[in-house]
Write a protein that binds this ligand. Sequence first.
Ligand code: ADP
Ligand code: MG
Length: 991
Amino acid sequence: MAMETPREREIAAEDSIKVVCRFRPLNDSEEKAGSKFIVKFPSGGDENCISIGGKVYLFDKVFKPNATQDKVYNEAAKSIVTDVLAGYNGTIFAYGQTSSGKTHTMEGVIGDPNKQGIIPRIVNDIFNHIYGMEENLEFHIKVSYFEIYMDKIRDLLDVSKVNLSVHEDKNRVPFVKGATERFVSSPEEVFEVIEEGKSNRHIAVTNMNEHSSRSHSVFLINVKQENLENQKKLSGKLYLVDLAGSEKVSKTGAEGTVLDEAKNINKSLSALGNVISALADGNKTHIPYRDSKLTRILQESLGGNARTTIIICCSPASFNESETKSTLDFGKRAKTIKNVVCVNEELTAEEWKRRYEREKEKVARWKGKVDKLEAELSRWRQGETVKPEEQVSLIEGPDVTTPITASIEGKLDDSPMPATPGGGLMIGSLSNEERQKLEEERERLYQQLDDKDEEINQQSQYVEKLKEQMEEQEELIASARRDYEQLQQEMNRIQQENESAKEEVKEVLQALEELAVNYDQKSQEVELKNKEQESMTEELLAKQVTLNNTASELQQLRDMSAHQRKRIAEMLANFLKDLGEIGVAIGGESNENLKIAPPESNGKLEEEFTVARLFISKMKSEVKNLVQRCQGLESFQVDCNKKVSEYEKDLAECRLLISQHEARMQTLTESMKEAETRKRALEEDVDALREECAKLKAAEQVQAVTNKEKAEEKEAATKMRVALEEQMDQLRDAHQKQVAALRDELSEKQELISELKDLNQKFTLAHQQMQADYERLKQEEANKSVKLQELMLLNERREQARKDLKGLEDTVAKELQTLHNLRKLFVQDLQARIKKTINAEDNEDDGGSLAQKQKISFLENNLDQLTKVHKQLVRDNADLRCELPKLEKRLRATMERVKALETALRDAKEGAMRDRKRYQYEVDRIKEAVRQKNLARRGPSAQIAKPIRAGQHHLSNVNIIRTGNRENECKNAFIDKNKRIPAVLMYNGYA
Ligand code: ADP
Ligand code: MG
């Protein structure tokens, strides 16, 4: 980039604000609501005209909804990059109602090559330009990012700075004092800063949409460059502003905001409108920049030293028509504003010298003119009339057209022209001095205003800090209070416990005392009783001796009784033996188990009796069993008899049958014999006939011999023979028939005989069996009868035994009775004897036996009672002894508990004291910290710029970052010459 000559730079050019207009497409909700696209873009090459509702607006450029981000940037913002790098100030701000596309236009989607907006494109372009510039140029780029909400400036790069103030530098250019400035050396760093600012913005607010539509966000890029060859320095500030939504906030305001706040929200925007209106109305001498922070910051951009582009963003929807119109009106007004732009250059010494000479010349010329004017005035005052030719021309000045460089003389903000509207009349009456005074006064007042602003800022931040601290403190206090309450409760509880423990201890002590008293009494009693007992034992010993004597006598008696018992036992044994024999006689083998060995002679009587009784009862049951069995056998015998008679009957029948069969057999054998005889007769007949036949044949043969002689005879003989033969045949047939019939009959008879024989056999067999059965039955019967006989005998014996047993029982009972009597007698005897012995003793000891007896019994009773009492006392004593350690233990435990409670109480008190001390210490510490912080805040800490040199790509940034010293040198040089401290210094705290 070619550098302008110093001469050109000095000349400030008038430059009107550039206003471009951008319409966004209809959005979804507008389309849904059926809004119409009401804007028309008249055809023409310039694209700088739109019409809405018949009204036509002209701007520097109009972007249709389909205009790309790239197009908008190229045609509306790109030129500002070269301006800024050439040392001009620049401003781009977007104006329009909410959701008209301001943020889209300014920011877009950072990082997206198509959707990114103006800011990222500018940043990229600035760095690209720098990398393409001469190598001897060194750049310092720093950025700030803040937002204005409710007329408070909040630093987006340092959330602690919530209310920054606007100050003016030496050249009376307003700037945000204390705003964080970040030195950046690449676009990425800038984007990081933007991201950081955006995230901080999100953190601080609850409803981001609402917040962003009501706050202005300002991104400031400050570019300084130094020519390392000729030390020329240029600086350019670029404000990139995304304004709040221009729509009117309704009177009631948004939800949750009070009316005042609602008014405040749009204060800066209305101030902006007012400033623009005032600027547009060329006659206005007072421009109300000071009405809001926004207008103060944008002071240079509006009618000052800056190239300004306003992008007005509009919605094309019919629904937004009125807003769109007012936005367009705003743009129209802004378009008329003229800025006076010049390069911000730091002059070299030579240049300053030259200018100084020039100014000196100018002053001399002015002085000459003033002198001339004064001379003329004095002439006028003296009443002379000065001829027009002689009058000094007021129009021509020594150097009227010489512009004042903004960087040297600054600019009068509110009143570049003399005074108020009424000022024209007052000019005459106000002397130069007065005017100067007034101006000074105003200056002073402004200064004061700024100071106050600064103070307010400080105070508000301080208040913020204090608030935080207060909250902390309150929390601390609350927690301390809670702790204290808890401790108090604890203490109360402990005290109560202590009280109750004390009472308990008291009770226990009382009880112990009572017990001790009781114990004393009891021990006394015990002693007494012991004494008594001793005397008693003595007496008892004496008694014991007599008792021993009696005992020996008793022993003798016992021996005697043992002897008697032996005798009884022997008797019993004998008796039991008898009984056993009876049992054997009755029970036989089955009673074998009952045979118990006869009780030992020295066994007890009762046992023996029980054994005997057992025996008897067993025998009884046995006898009963036997009787039952006898009855059963008797009935069985009757049955057997019946059966025997039946069998006899059967036998008789069988015998009859057998005799019948024998008779039949006889007849049959007889008939057989007859048939035999007949057969023989018939055979004899046959033989006779055969003989006859043979005779006849012989006769025939004789006849045949004779027959030759006598044929006739022969004939007759044949005839006779035939007849005879016939007769013979017939006879033979009959004979044969008879034989066959006889034979048949014979065989039949044979069969019959065999059958009968079989039958006979059978019958004989049956007979034999029956005979055997009969025999067996007879045998059985005999057996049974024998058995019966035996049983009857047994029964009789048993009956006898029963009777005997009864008798025995009676005798035993009698015996027992006598035994009992004996025992009784023996006992009585024994008692009598004992009594006797005692009486004998008593008689020996004392005369009166009754009195003695009574005494003894009394003593005995007494002794008994005493022993009882003694026992009771001993038991009581033991109980008490048992109880004593328990009570002692309890007492000890209570004492310990009391001690523990006391220590706990002490601890709690100490804890409370400690807590109080700690709390005090904490408070002191916080106070100290606050004081320290306040002190620390007063000392600003400078940050070192990251220098960027032109001609080197940012990728090789590492090479161009200088050492700290060099950097500081540069910076210092920069500061010294420019004398703009706030622009270079970064404040971490507030001054
Ligand atoms: P504002 O900042 O004015 O409140 P935004 O920039 O947030 O409005 O835009 C609102 C919505 O409209 C966004 O979703 C944005 O992407 C979209 N938008 C705005 N302008 C355009 C445009 N020219 N083309 C496409 N979409 C747009
Ligand atoms: Mg927005």
